[in-house]
Design a protein around this ligand. Structure first.
Ligand SMILES: Nc1ncnc2c1ncn2[C@@H]1O[C@H](COP(=O)(O)OP(=O)(O)O)[C@@H](O)[C@H]1O
Ligand SMILES: [Mg+2]
Length: 329
């Protein structure tokens, strides 16, 4: 994951899964036990008692041995519930190694963002890159460069390959031609080195059904001062003042507006202290007024460089960028 918060997030997801699994497990266990007891009791009445009576009758010469053999064969019906009990126990045991691994993941220390070196960036240079997928050219001749704090807008129509271009920048995929250089070093397809430079602002950010704080920090430990600074820069101070950091945002952020969700996404990127923010049609789901407000937040922050890809944007918003590059030609 871009912000290296796999462990807190995985822990959260696993915790949820575990709770669900535990509930299911105890339900299954109870169900299994009850049905086993019922079958056993039923067998006692339908088999053991007839068997005992049959044996007595045979000893008394009232029934033949054949009848008793038949009764003994039916004893499989009695064995089944017994084996079922052992099956149940085995099933419970077999999940144990899995839960041991889960425990290990949960006991991982959460990453302190202070421990991670922040990348310093002097220049990003994209030199004549092309990208092919399944022998089909997605785009070629892409050239631009960006310096710290600069704001670049890349315009291209839907399906042109804008998202693909951003995936190339973070090193998730490799260009088929050209170089992506950061500080003069070619980082084509080098996720390990490249991704630390970038924050990513999605059109539809992923929101966890938890509180505001978790959604912003993604489980990382941060100081109050760091958090307050980021809240102010992302324009979230008012929301936090009104609702509190432990405000439950609801499933898919249903208790938040689209603009607030976008601000959370920006706060995440700022908290990760990445020097370049990639905005992938970050405001295309918002109305004109909200889109402008989000752009003001994003583009007036001198601490970060911004590369935004978009297919539609107002003239007023365009005017806020240092460079506009038309790619879709
Ligand atoms: N996972 C994928 N598998 C196959 N084709 C894809 C995939 N993702 C994108 N494409 C194709 O690559 C091209 C560029 O996609 P994309 O980068 O998402 O465009 P944009 O972001 O400009 O709308 C499109 O033609 C799309 O159909
Ligand atoms: Mg896209």
């Amino acid at each position: 994951m871009l912000y290296d918060v796999q462990i807190p997030i995985v822990s959260y997801v696993i915790n949820q899964a575990k709770q669900m699994e535990n509930a299911l497990r105890s339900l299954n266990y109870t169900q299994g036990m009850i049905s086993t007891i019922i079958i056993t009791v039923a067998d006692i009445f339908s088999f053991i008692i007839p068997f005992l009576i049959g044996a007595i009758l045979m000893f008394n010469g009232q029934i033949g041995a054949g009848t008793l053999v038949m009764i003994v064969q039916l004893s499989n019906d009695f064995i089944n519930p017994v084996t079922m009990i052992f099956d149940q126990i085995n099933q419970i045991r077999s999940t144990k190694p899995m839960w041991d691994k889960v425990e290990k993941a949960l006991n991982f220390e959460s990453i302190n963002s202070e421990n991670k070196a922040v990348r310093t960036f002097d220049e990003l240079d994209v030199n004549d890159i092309a990208y092919e997928q399944n022998d089909k050219l997605v785009f070629n001749n892409v050239n631009f460069s960006i310096k710290p704090g600069e704001k670049v807008l890349l315009m291209a129509p839907s399906g042109w390959g804008k998202t693909t271009l951003l995936r190339l920048l973070v090193g998730q995929i490799t260009p088929s031609k050209g170089q992506i250089k950061i500080n003069q070093e070619v980082l084509n397809g080098n996720w390990a080195k490249a991704h630390d430079y970038f924050g990513y602002i999605n059109q539809k950010p992923f929101i966890f059904d938890r509180d505001l704080e978790f959604n912003i920090t993604l489980g990382k430990t941060v100081t109050k001062q760091q958090l307050d600074e980021v809240l102010a820069e992302a324009g979230l101070t008012e929301l936090v003042k009104e609702k509190g950091l432990n405000y439950a945002v609801g499933q898919n952020g249903c208790n938040l507006s689209g603009g607030q969700i976008q601000r959370i996404e920006i706060a995440r990127a700022l908290l990760a202290k990445r020097p370049i923010l990639l905005a992938d049609e970050a405001t295309s789901a918002l109305d004109t007024k909200l889109s402008l407000q989000i752009h003001q937040t994003l583009l007036n922050n001198p601490k970060v460089a911004v590369i935004e890809v978009a297919h539609k944007i107002s003239d007023q918003e365009k005017a806020m960028f240092d460079q506009i590059i038309e790619l879709g030609k």
